[in-house]
Design a protein around this ligand. Structure first.
Ligand SMILES: [Zn+2]
Length: 580
């Protein structure tokens, strides 16, 4: 019978990790590897590496890494069996049966059930929208707002009738496990027992993930009653702020155009789509989150964020600047004329006028600066306060010319001398960069001349990139030369595997290493370039063997220093050796 492991191997044979990850992260070729901005932590410079040779990924920043399964689990928030099933479906590999530990199995079963219930609910809401034709308040509402049938079916819009027992009755008739349906957030436990509908009298927007599954719903009222939006609560399959609404429908257009237009509401998104702007996502009525931006930057080179011109809208824009700077995604702020949202604007003025607004949008930083300045007073304390607020944002600009330019602008606008702004800025940056430098030194494996002096990493690099040396060095005692404990364990692991199985290829084995630090260490060395070119390998091996010999010798000298007889023996031995 086919085992779990062989299914995994089969998927690895047919799936290409660069292509698989490339769907979600913009990757650029860099030497033998591909690099991109890490989807798992905030960063401005790419430290996320994918190796086609090794079929593995590794982030030198947050240390996440592994094979295609590790990526799938981390990115989509799945258990191993779920990732296995997902990838098996995707690459047409048959899974005979499940072999997962029971806890994981339980969790993934629960999620599978919730997704099924959501799917069934989505179909119920969709039918409720088309039922009754004219006179159906939701259908009339959408029609009045100009939302066409195409969009209704593409986004699977629906209607939750204004009833306490609509979806509840439907699910019961379907023999659904009602406790599970409550867990999915569709129905609510009644105090005296039983259940009632959570969404009543609302247009339903299924929230669909990048794998095409309905993970939750947003419901919007037809009138001005509150709350205007009601979302599925946190469930095992839905996490608020995890990804922007509409990304599943828009990511191709976003990738094609290179820009993502970010709006707040569902209706804003649909209105723009209706007018032919496809590269748009919505934040589900919540503030932008780092997760939103991390998802978007997998497809976009720039974000255009559309804000309302009211106080709350401006505040939201100001708060979003550090998020964009942290994630390294350039962004511009689009502020609509007073009293408008994207929906009302595009419907009244048309798409060309909306595009004009987009084209005129200022970079988020300029917007930030102007807003901060326009709100400040003129006395000295006020000026210093504004400068303090601006420095963190200013210091995050990549480009020195750009920083100097902005420093000049800040100086002009606040009326503080440019030298003063620049020197404040530099001292702010110095404090920060000391931390960064330290991080980089810890994380990266360089390849400079001085690195060739044989140390821990060099030895490990040699073993990994020139497997022929493993045999030669295994019995040399070179393990004693290593001072770093993690490297020492990694080297021991390689020797052990060689002893067990003969010449090893590490690709498949790294996943079996239990010690997380050792796994990370091995991945980093595997993704790093080889330090020694082929013609220097023999020399390096000799040097290591010689060093190991000396180390053995000096260790034994230490041991026998207090034992005159043994010392005498040793001296005789050394004399004999020097003679020949
Ligand atoms: Zn990372």
């Amino acid at each position: 019978m086919q085992s779990h492991r062989s299914v995994k191997e089969e998927i690895k044979q047919v799936a290409d990790i660069v292509q698989a990850i490339g769907q979600f992260v913009q990757l650029k070729k860099a030497g033998r590897n591909f690099t991109g901005l890490c989807p798992f932590h905030a960063e401005k410079d790419p430290s996320f590496n994918v190796s086609p040779d090794r079929q593995m990924f590794h982030c030198f920043g947050c240390k996440k890494g592994g094979d295609i399964f590790a990526f799938w689990m981390e990115y989509h928030g799945l258990t191993f069996p779920e990732a296995l099933k997902d990838l098996a479906d995707r690459y047409n590999v048959q899974i005979p049966d499940r072999f997962s530990p029971s806890e994981e199995k339980k969790r993934s079963r629960l999620r599978e059930t919730l997704l099924k219930i959501n799917e069934s609910a989505a179909q119920y809401f969709q039918r409720a929208l088309t039922k009754g034709g004219r006179g159906n308040p939701a259908a009339d509402y959408l029609k009045k707002r100009g939302i066409t049938g195409d969009i209704i079916s593409e986004f699977r819009l629906g209607w939750a009738p204004d009833s306490w027992d609509g979806i509840t009755g439907y699910l019961r008739r379907q023999d659904t496990d009602m406790e599970r349906a409550a867990k999915a957030g569709l129905i609510v436990n009644r105090k005296g027992g039983g259940y009632y509908d959570r969404f009543r009298g609302r247009i339903m927007f299924p929230i669909i993930n990048l794998r095409g599954q309905v993970v939750g719903f947003g419901g919007r009222v037809l009138d001005d009653s509150l709350p205007k939006y009601l979302n599925t609560p946190e469930t095992p399959v839905f996490h608020k702020g995890e990804f922007p609404y509409g990304l599943n429908a828009s990511f191709r257009a976003i990738r094609e155009k290179g820009t993502a237009v970010i709006v707040e509401g569902y209706m804003d998104l649909l209105a723009l789509r209706r007018h032919g702007l496809d590269q748009v996502v919505a934040t589900l009525g919540t503030a932008l989150t780092p997760q939103h931006i991390r998802r978007i930057k997998g497809y976009a080179r720039e974000a255009l964020v559309v804000f309302d011109s009211d106080e709350a809208g401006i505040e939201a824009a100001l708060r979003s600047l550090p998020l964009f700077l942290n994630e390294g995604l350039p962004a511009r702020a689009v502020v609509l004329p007073e009293g408008h949202d994207p929906d009302s604007f595009v419907n009244r003025e048309g798409l060309p006028r909306f595009m004009e607004l987009l084209n005129r949008a200022s970079p988020m930083f300029d917007f930030f600066l102007e807003q901060k300045l326009s709100r400040s007073g003129t006395d000295i304390e006020e000026k210093v306060r504004v400068l303090k607020e601006i420095l963190p944002a200013l210091s995050q600009l990549h480009n020195e010319a750009q920083r100097t330019l902005y420093a000049g602008r800040v100086s002009e606008r606040i009326g503080i001398k440019e030298e003063v702004v620049l020197s404040e800025l530099n001292s702010f940056r110095r404090n920060r960069s000391e931390n960064t430098l330290e991080r980089n030194l810890k994380g990266r494996v360089g390849r400079t001349e001085t690195d060739k002096k044989i140390g821990d990493i060099q030895l490990l690099n040699l073993l990994v990139h020139h497997p022929g040396t493993v045999e030669a060095l295994r019995d040399s005692g070179c393990g004693a030369l290593i001072s770093n404990r993690t490297v020492s364990k990694a080297v021991a692991y390689i020797f052990h595997k060689q002893e067990e199985n003969g010449p090893v290829s590490l690709e498949g084995l790294v996943g079996d290493v239990e010690d997380e630090d050792v796994r990370i260490q091995l991945r980093e060395v595997m993704l790093a370039e080889s330090i020694y070119p082929e013609q220097e390998v023999d020399q390096a091996v000799m040097e290591i063997m010689e060093k190991a010999r000396q180390k053995r010798l000096s260790d034994s000298v230490k041991e026998i220093r207090d034992d005159p007889e043994a010392l005498n023996d040793l001296l005789l031995k050394l004399r004999d050796r020097n003679r020949c």
